[in-house]
Design a protein around this ligand. Sequence first.
Ligand SMILES: [Zn+2]
Length: 710
Amino acid sequence: MKKSLPWLVPVLILAAGSGGCRPQPSVQAREMNLLVITLDTMRADRLGCYGDRSARTPAIDALAERGVLFENAYAPTPLTLPSHCSLFTGRWPFAHGVRNNAFYALGSAVPTLAEKLKASGYETSALVAAYVLKEKFGLSQGFDLYDDRLDSGEKVGNYDAEIPADRVYRKFQNWLGRERLGPFFLWVHFYDPHKPYAPPREYLDMTRGDAYRGEAAHASHYIGRIVEDLERRGLLERTLVVVAGDHGEAFGEHGESGHGVFCYEESLRVPMIFSNPRLFKKPVRIASRARLVDVMPTVLEMLTGETDEASHGRSLRAAMKGREDEAPQVAYLESLYGREENNWSPLTGLIRGSLKYIALPRPELYDLRADPLERDNLLLKNEGQAREWEAELTRFVRDHRPDGEPGTRPALSPAEKERLESLGYVSSAAASAREGLDPKIGIVYQNRIAELVAALDRGETDRVEREAEGLIAETRDLKLPYAYTLLGLVYEKKRDWPRLRDHLLLAIEAFVDEPAQAEKFRGNLLELYQAGGQYGPAEELVRDILAHDPRQARALEILGEIRESHEDWAGALDQYLRARESETGNVSLGRRVLKMRLKLGDHKAAAAEIESLLSTEDGAAGVDLLFTAAMLRVEAGDGPGAEELLRRVTELKPSAKSYFDYALVLGRNGKVGPAAASMEKALTFVPNDLDAEMREAAAKTLRLWRERPR
Ligand SMILES: [Zn+2]
């Protein structure tokens, strides 16, 4: 028995006991761990290994040196959650059912890579870096560990919450320190290249001020650290490393800056690398097409020998072995972002061979080989072709539709049901593409609104107000939610709360047929009432919101606040706990729960809450929690426990006050010498935050301790 493979023992025993009547996965295959690294918002052509000379991504490039790089890998959609769902289920978005961020969750009926590998004996862990992939959105199924904790200052429902690469690496170190029994599947998610582009200074300097490339460099650095750590532990040889992007990023090529609206090459072409120093001794580059849905069948075949029949993807093993003619030919693409967020027409399409078809009111067809920048729409010259493509797209969607109900949550709220019903285009993708505003026109409005928001920030309030009013009137038939949002921002800037309230009520009315939009404006109105302490109307609105979506965490949180204002601690606790069911690991909710537990005198539950909060709020952010925990220990009569906690407080945040408290507990525990030393520090600490009364008490106590016979 090789000493380095302790986890083989249970596998072999299991195999021996099962009588050999069914095929066993070969030991060879079972020797591999799997590390999937997803790089959010990483377009392929901004990495060194994809030919970008300005990139500073040596660690990612080094992985490609010991692996297979797919030069033409495609994401199915430019949206984080749906794209990750395709990667980890091997299904197109219309089949797994997750069509946008935030309003969807992957249903439990859809098998995931984590579930499959877990069933094969893998330990499964995920370390994610952004709110959009939190547990509640369903990707956690099959993972033994799903670490989605984010910033310690995280607000409820903050879709912008993220952590940078160094924090992701710290999660990795914690994970690496855990004891493992079997082979592992680890997914590490980096969010750095996503907006806002704000890399640490040294990475910005490294890329000569190019912040996007700086973010990629930052992520690459920590990927390098992860690889080094695995190598040091002797794990790298036995780990298949997959690096993939979830979508790209546009820099104005087709009018969009960022991602989400369009499906041009800058948004869909992503890095895809399979790396392992033992399996791939020299670098291989493959030009034929690969898709994110191919990752799951590929790794399942490589790791377990299993073929994944249900997948829409195809194993890339044959292509890796040089049989490129067996590579997939067709890729589906979509973005329903414009439909869902802006009321535009849905965007769907296909890539077949070198042709890319985009179904929209003004459909598009590009020859990617002759026209890689997608400037020459072939359908303008040959409209007849559009009908053929439309029919092909409809056929494609029909052929890949799931038998049962697609994804989404097991129990649908009324808002979710309405949303699903409004997705009639699930089954007739192309037909409905003619409804609504073409995003090519929509983006012009969106860019104009973005300019006006910037002008508002510069203080041009009156001009923006006039233009926003004009815009709403001008686009009354199109009903652009962003135009309403813009005018709301104007009133907010002017601190004209009555007009803001009236405007939001009007917006809710205007979007009565668009439940998702109305929901957003209700949310804005709720924040307004909450900020103004108008608990009466707020409570009424909360009921309205919860009738549409009983799990809306922010509404539940505000209901809790209202209960708190009536000093109904138990009622408030109840709401906060309900809110936390949708928002696990949220620190601000955890603190609210803690406060209510303390109010109710449930010190045991409070202490447990603190423990869990401290696992996220490490360092100075958690000092007040350590202090509260210490006070609870004092009350429970646990002197040594309190002493240890207060010692940590003086270390993390030395102050006159912290030395004072520490001294008192030391004194109580009979440690007079150290107590006197700490009290001395309390009196001499600069700046001193003890008030006159406390200083006097400190001096008096110190004298007593000094006079006491040792
Ligand atoms: Zn993303």
